[in-house]
Design a protein around this ligand. Structure first.
Ligand SMILES: Cc1cc2nc3c(=O)[nH]c(=O)nc-3n(C[C@H](O)[C@H](O)[C@H](O)COP(=O)(O)OP(=O)(O)OC[C@H]3O[C@@H](n4cnc5c(N)ncnc54)[C@H](O)[C@@H]3O)c2cc1C
Length: 186
């Protein structure tokens, strides 16, 4: 059934023919997480009970849009940023342990915006494609909750198709001049 639906999604126009009863065939069974991940949940909750208590409900509702550098630094001190990265940058924790930390942060409405893009996107990109010099200079700060990123890929006429971006960086004496238009710098 899942394969049938996936095949029909290949043509976007066919999405309209998928009926409600087809989608009801998807089943997500609850499962037990490994003990290390579940043990971590209690630790994260205890921390959040105190750390997030001061935020008013309106702030907690903003959750991943809430920016608080001190809060991000506290997560870094506990080793909860970059935790799945290999040593020396992280501590090679499992993806399910990170899942527990992120789930609890978002469930509590914690202000994660300061480190969110850096830890979730920019750090892993640097791990995969960065030079050793870039990794040494930037990754420790992300894991400590002290180095924050925003990403400026999207342009008014260029979203998914990043190869079509028109912004340029031209080398000048002593630096670069960047020219272009960007939208969506979260
Ligand atoms: C909450 C939020 C935060 C964001 N933050 C940032 C940010 O910080 N920095 C940043 O640079 N960008 C950011 N973006 C922008 C995001 O990266 C773009 O929305 C994304 O790149 C898609 O571009 P687009 O919206 O122009 O859609 P389009 O590229 O115009 O796509 C429109 C639709 O066409 C489909 N489509 C596109 N190309 C193809 C293809 N070749 N084949 C089949 N289908 C296709 C897409 O799946 C989509 O359904 C953010 C977006 C959101 C919603």
């Amino acid at each position: 059934m899942v394969r049938d639906i996936a095949r029909r999604f290949v043509n976007p126009l066919d999405c309209r023919s998928i009926r409600g009863e087809d989608l009801s065939q998807f089943q997500f069974q609850p499962c037990d997480l490994p003990p290390a991940a579940e043990a971590l949940r209690g630790e994260v909750r205890a921390f959040l009970d105190e750390a997030v208590a001061a935020y008013p409900p309106a702030g907690r509702a903003r959750s991943w849009a809430g920016f608080d550098a001190d809060f991000s630094r506290k997560l870094g001190e506990r080793g909860w940023l970059g935790m799945t990265w290999p040593e020396p940058w992280g501590r090679s924790a499992s993806a399910l342990e990170r899942y527990v930390v992120v789930e609890e942060l978002l469930a509590a409405g914690a202000p994660v915006a300061a480190h969110w893009i850096a830890e979730r996107q920019s750090g892993p990109l640097l791990l995969r494609f960065g030079t050793r010099e870039q990794q040494e200079r930037i990754l420790p700060g992300i894991a400590a909750g002290e180095t924050f990123f925003c990403i400026g890929m999207s342009e008014p006429d260029s979203g998914s198709d990043l190869a079509s971006i028109r912004s340029r960086a031209d080398k000048t004496d002593g630096g670069w001049v960047a020219n272009g238009r960007k939208v969506w710098t979260t």
